[in-house]
Ligand binder design. Structure first.
Ligand SMILES: [Zn+2]
Ligand SMILES: [Zn+2]
Length: 214
């Protein structure tokens, strides 16, 4: 069984948790949500000595996807995810980059869109993509059942939930996603959100004020 390890590389003014997810034994892995600061990401990859096989995107926001096109070119690997409903966000990255002071952000079209239940494999690790809209229409969560671990994007945070005050956001849809796709993963599943500290599903179920009563 591949032993999953995660290295967090905070990127962009939003301090987004870009992550290097890899198998410690084979030193193969993937980069998840390269929002920007591509030189920093490349440096972390080099330091880690991990061979990157894929880039994964949880959703189309600038702090998660703004560096994806540049990193794909630098590494020569495929981008998988998010769900196609985030295409409008990925196309709009140069515009939102200009707005948030990330002028080098480029628009990007993934090599593979993901649907609910699709498998994503790298380094002998199997993740399942779960379509979890609400924060953005095409948000996905990546769940690795074997290691009881999930990459959460901006769906659920330690003590909070993803913001939905965008024109395309929906709090009701987000709550339904959390209830049906996230809480059902199991209380023992640890997760890394797009911002802030890692947590565990069971801890959030008990203590997160935003999801009580779901
Ligand atoms: Zn977001
Ligand atoms: Zn974010």
């Amino acid at each position: 069984m591949a032993k999953l390890k995660v290295l967090i590389i905070p990127v962009t003014p939003f301090q987004q948790n870009c992550s290097l997810v890899f198998d410690e034994e084979s030193k193969r892995g993937a980069i998840v949500d390269p929002g920007g600061d591509v030189a920093t990401i490349l440096n972390a990859i080099e330091q880690s000595n991990v061979k990157i096989e894929k880039i994964l995107l949880t959703h189309g926001h600038i702090d998660h996807a703004g560096g994806a096109a540049e990193l794909r070119e630098a590494l020569g690997v495929q981008i998988e995810g998010p769900h196609k409903d985030d295409l409008f966000l990925l196309k709009d990255l140069p515009m939102s980059g200009a707005k948030f002071g990330m002028a080098d952000s480029r628009s990007v079209v993934p090599d593979r869109w993901l649907n609910d239940g699709d498998d994503v494999e790298f380094a002998g690790l199997k993740f399942t993509a779960l379509h979890a809209p609400g924060h953005s229409p095409g948000s996905v969560v990546f769940s690795n059942d074997e290691n009881r671990f999930a990459l959460m994007g901006d769906v659920l945070f330690q003590g909070s939930v993803g913001r939905t005050d965008f024109p395309y956001g929906s709090h009701d849809t987000l709550m339904a996603s959390i209830k049906e796709k996230v809480l059902t993963l199991g209380d023992d599943v640890a997760f890394l959100p797009g911002h802030g500290r890692a947590s565990q599903i069971g801890v959030e179920r008990k203590t997160n004020p935003f999801i009580q009563g779901l």
